[in-house]
Design a protein around this ligand. Sequence first.
Ligand code: FES
Length: 91
Amino acid sequence: MPVIKIAQKNKIISVESGKNLMDALLEAELPVASSCHGQGVCSKCFVTVSPIGAHTELELKTLEKNKLDLSKRLCCQIFVTNDLSVETTYW
Ligand code: FES
């Protein structure tokens, strides 16, 4: 099972491989900003993830539209298949 490390909150959670990152964070009682409910269009759920992985086409379009740099990912568009560390400015 992949492990997600959230240093800002002193949390480490294990998730099923393929689990949506936004769902995993919410289930771990970590707030995730969103106004599109995970549809990948609002960009409010942006996080910094390591390793960063590959952006989806929708993420690239949304990040560009909202003038966010490509060092960010949209957590609603990430499906966890390996260990990650996650941080964001709104925690
Ligand atoms: S929740 Fe809106 S882009 Fe992720």
